[in-house]
Design a protein around this ligand. Structure first.
Ligand SMILES: [Ca+2]
Ligand SMILES: [Ca+2]
Ligand SMILES: [Ca+2]
Length: 245
């Protein structure tokens, strides 16, 4: 009888544990450790500050997890005002034509950022920046965690956003061989309305993803930090704010 009771309690314990235990996201989602910096970062497209050398380096992958031929690497840092990002985008054919804010940048070459600060996938911010340094920014209401009934709040502009690109190559000539473009960006925390803490507290976790459209003459390649990205916020990677190194 006693043994039956112990078995019963054990089953209850196991069921309770598995029901309450958070999903082990780290087993399937990439993790980025974003360190706090006290050094000045000038948003000029030159990712040459010493601070960047201390940041964790990560890279984009193909939909199947493989490393694409033209690599994209990125780093992030933060201070009390901004979230700083740096992307290094290898590309032998860099091109873009759009220069108006909130233009359809995704049909050309672009880096896209999806920021789900409260890890509640129904709301997140989207940024896109092209090699001409044109910005698209909007808030998304995504009731079903997919593209169904997506509400896009285009009028939202991230006030105080700083962004700069450095192109080693030509954006307006597709007949020559280019090398790369770098994007440096500073997003003011006070514009991320869904952030649980402004500025973040060390240990805060956001859900974030990045994508790249590399639209070559023969084919388009989409790469990601955590595929499938885009409007699948449950797939975004885990972005952890860490104290300074
Ligand atoms: Ca810089
Ligand atoms: Ca390209
Ligand atoms: Ca906008």
């Amino acid at each position: 009888m006693r043994s039956k009771k112990i078995h019963f309690l054990l089953i209850i314990f196991i069921l309770t544990f598995f029901y309450c235990a958070p999903k082990e996201e780290s087993e399937v989602l990439p993790i980025y450790h974003c360190y706090k910096t006290s050094e000045e970062i000038i948003i000029d497209g030159n990712i040459t500050e010493e601070a960047w050398e201390k940041a964790e380096n990560a890279q984009f992958v193909d939909r199947d997890g493989s490393i694409p031929e033209q690599k994209t690497t990125f780093k992030w840092l933060w201070d009390d005002v901004y979230l700083y990002g740096a992307f290094h985008v290898e590309d032998n054919d860099i091109w873009a034509t759009m220069t108006a804010r909130d233009d359809s940048l995704w049909v050309e070459e672009v880096i896209e950022l999806f920021i789900d600060a409260d890890s509640a996938p129904k709301t997140y911010a989207e940024f896109e920046i092209n090699p001409l340094n044109t910005v698209l920014d909007l808030y998304i209401l995504n009731k079903y965690n997919n593209r169904k009934d997506l509400k896009q709040l285009w009028k939202w502009d991230c006030i105080g956003l700083k962004n700069a690109v450095k192109v080693v190559g030509t954006v307006d000539n597709r007949d020559d061989i280019d090398q790369y473009w770098d994007l440096e960006i500073a997003i003011p925390f006070d514009q991320i309305y869904t952030a649980p803490n402004v500025p973040p507290v060390a240990g805060d976790r956001w859900k974030i993803d990045f994508c790249r459209a590399d639209r070559g003459k023969k084919r388009s390649v989409s790469t990601f930090w955590s595929p499938p990205a885009f409007h699948n916020p449950l797939s975004y990677g885990i972005f952890i704010f860490e104290a300074g190194k």
